[in-house]
Design a protein around this ligand. Structure first.
Ligand SMILES: [Zn+2]
Length: 117
């Protein structure tokens, strides 16, 4: 784990996500949504998410069971993160691609076969 605040932003810089630590693994998923987004997910516990953007800065999309909202910058359209709708759920998904590529390269990339689940 990397210590101290780690900042990632969308392309235009409007939407910022700040993490306390970057996870040791990031996930590439081939489900119908993730493959279109082209994202890599950094799954983190809520207590490691130091800052999330004001909800007014993002638009949301939900599908399937509508368990999570996928959020994107209202201005540049980059997917930045998802948040669960259920209160008790502590995991968050942050798009690893919004962070420094050199940092992301230090995490092990794992593949999730979401298309066949
Ligand atoms: Zn933006």
């Amino acid at each position: 784990m990397t210590e101290s605040a780690i900042r990632g932003t969308c392309h235009c810089g409007t939407v910022e996500v700040v993490l306390g630590a970057f996870p040791p693994t990031i996930t590439e998923c081939n489900c119908s949504l993730c493959r279109r987004y082209g994202v890599l997910w950094a799954y983190v516990e809520a207590d490691q998410v130091l800052e999330l953007p004001d909800p007014g800065l993002t638009d949301a999309y939900a599908w399937n069971g509508r368990n999570v909202d996928f959020l994107r910058c209202r201005d540049c359209g980059c997917i930045t993160h998802w948040v669960p709708r259920k209160k008790g759920r502590t995991l968050r998904g942050i798009n690893a691609r919004i962070f420094d590529p050199e940092l992301v390269a230090q995490s092990k990339r794992i593949f999730r076969d979401g298309a066949n689940k």
